[in-house]
Each structure stands twice: as C-alpha cells, then as structure tokens.
Design a protein around this ligand. Structure first.
Ligand code: CDP
Length: 319
C-alpha cells in the first residue's frame, strides 16, 4: 500500500494524478464483447477494469425465488483475486454482498420488471483491476450491458463518487484519495435525475453534503453522455456489420423498413442498359454450359413408384 501523501492538492489546485478537483477519470467503453451473454460491457474508469454480463429475462432457478407479477433482478459483484494489491480471497465476502445489494437496488426501479413476470434478470460483475470507485464503475458498465441485452429501462443509470481530501471536495476519488481521504460518497443517478444509490464513508458538513451532491450529479451527467455515445456508436457499427453480411435481398428489406406513406422509399430503378465491360455473357452461352441432366439420370424401373429416380449408371452397378 502507498504511503499517505503529505498533500493531495498542489498549489495550482491540481490533484496528485493531475486532475482538477471536479474532473472525472478517463473512461473507455466497449459494448457487446461477450458472445455467450445476452448483453455485455467492458469498462475502464481510470485504472479500474470491469466486465459486466447480463443474462435474461430467463427462467428463475431456484423456482421459489420467482415473483408472480414481475421479474427479479439479481446482481453479483465479484472482485478477482488478482484485482487488488494484496491477493483477495476468492468468493463472496461481506463487502461484495453489500455492494451487490445496493447496486441491485440502484437498478430495480429503473427496469420495467413488470413486463417479465416469473423471470430473472441476472447481472454479473467481475472486477479485473481495482483502483477505488469499483462499485460506481461497475454500475456504469452494468447499465450498458442491460441496454445491450435489450432489457427495457426507463433510462440509463450513471454513477460516480465525491469525496473530501485536504478539507476540499473532490470528484471521483482514486485509490490514495479513497484510502486516506476524509470522506467518500458514491452516488448513482437515473437519466431523469433520480438518485438511486447514495452511500457515505467519513464526515461531511451539511453544506459540503449539498455541494458534494451537486458535484457528483454533474459527474453522472458527464458519464451519461459518454454512455449514450458508446451505445449509439455500438449500434451504428452493428447495423453496418449486419448490412455488410446480409444477402442483397435482405439489405433491401432493412432499407425499406423505415418507409412511411408520406415518405416512401422508392424501389431502385434497374436499367437494361448495362454498359458492356467485356465480361457480359449472353443467354445462349449460359444454356450451353448447363449439362443436360436427363442424360445422367436413369429412371427407376419400379412401376409402383415411378417418381423415384436413380443416378446409378451401368458402369457403377456392381453385378
Ligand atoms: O471500490 P469502491 O470504492 O466502490 O469500494 P471501497 O470498499 O471503498 O474500496 C475502495 C478500494 O479499496 C477498492 O476499489 C480497491 O482498490 C481497494 N480494496 C482492496 O484493495 N482490497 C479489498 N479487499 C477491497 C477493496
């Protein structure tokens, strides 16, 4: 573990990693990278590396957990043993059970669970590398994996933390700021501004709490814009791939799907005036190339079943 730094903010108002006090860490997003999951997202948030996978809506096992009127949401947060400096003991612990619970609650009200009674929506989080703020980074990744799985939601959930070091509020704490700071307050927020998660370690005055909440909400709005852009880019690329892979007929189908009565998409005009590039083959040449099948097949002499034909030739028949 690093030593406690003497100062977290220098005379220019910059933090130890060069960020301003209200600046979030860099975010990298890749959507839909797991083939077996219904939806997935790999997300880097500073030095945090997170994988999120979503399955469902699907059958509930064990069955006694199922709800007659809505889908249940399950959230499993797991830290890989190699994700932290000291090896983490594999398997669930008190911390991961707590993080799973509060993160599930951050999503439950945002998902239209009533559309899928008696089913389950499973969210799996693997922390591959941790550097403080893993629960917030994981929520950002889970939100995109849910969207990738096509789970109907009221909006995306975005999440980041605000904290206090050197008696100053800072946005999105890194490991040293989290370990040695005076406070850490992770929040999650829906697209329409509802707070769906709020926790706090340490102490803040009422004024600091209000100001900190505003800073974290601003951070969530920035993250939301990045999530939205990542989704749009992903679906633009997927659509292009589908069009490239599809046979010509279905490409035409996709392109005419959006036609309306007021704005019909006209059929492409197919002209007979194809310029002769020297490769043109006329119909008679094609006919000559087609072998006369009748010469190769011999009709079976079975009178009861005249439809059956045999492609045995005299040479092939073993006497
Ligand atoms: O990660 P988050 O800030 O959501 O949760 P935390 O409980 O405040 O943990 C802060 C950081 O402590 C984690 O991100 C890890 O980098 C580190 N940690 C660790 O080194 N070993 C653990 N068993 C748990 C956390």
């Amino acid at each position: 573990m690093n030593e406690k730094p003497e100062k977290f903010i220098d005379e220019n108002g910059l933090r130890l990693d060069g960020r301003k006090i209200d600046q979030i860490r860099d975010i990298k997003i890749e959507i839909g990278i797991l083939n077996r999951a219904d939806g997935s997202c790999y997300l880097e948030f500073g030095n945090n590396k997170i994988m999120a996978a979503v399955y469902g809506p699907r059958e509930v096992h064990p069955r006694h957990q199922q709800k007659a009127t809505k889908a249940i949401v399950r959230y499993k947060y797991n830290m890989a043993s190699f994700s932290v400096e000291d090896r983490k003991r594999p398997g669930p612990d008190r911390r991961s059970i707590e993080v799973s619970k509060v993160s599930r609650e951050a999503f439950e009200k945002e998902i239209f669970t009533e559309l899928y009674p008696k089913s389950a929506i499973d969210i799996f989080i693997e922390i591959l590398q941790a550097d403080a703020g893993t629960r917030t980074a994981a929520i950002n990744a889970a939100s995109l994996a849910l969207a990738d799985a096509g789970i109907p939601m009221r909006g995306l959930i975005s999440s980041c933390a605000v904290g206090k070091v050197d008696d100053t509020l800072i946005l999105d704490l890194n490991k040293d700021e989290d370990n040695y700071g005076q406070a850490d307050m992770p929040i999650a927020m829906s697209t329409d501004g509802k707070i769906t998660l709020l926790q706090m370690d340490g102490h803040l005055t009422q004024e600091e709490f209000k100001k900190g909440l505003e800073m974290a909400q601003q951070g969530c709005r920035e993250i939301y814009e990045l999530q939205r852009k990542a989704l749009i880019d992903h679906y633009n690329n997927t659509q292009k791939e589908i069009i490239q892979d599809a046979p010509v007929e279905s490409v035409k189908d996709i392109s005419t799907e959006s036609a309306t009565e007021e704005d019909p998409i006209e059929d492409p005009v197919i002209s007979d005036d194809v310029p002769d590039n020297g490769n043109t083959v006329n119909d008679d040449e094609i006919k000559e190339d087609i072998p006369d099948e009748k010469e190769e097949v011999i009709l079976d002499e079975d009178e009861d079943n005249p439809a059956i034909v045999s492609d045995e030739t005299e040479d092939d028949t073993l006497e």
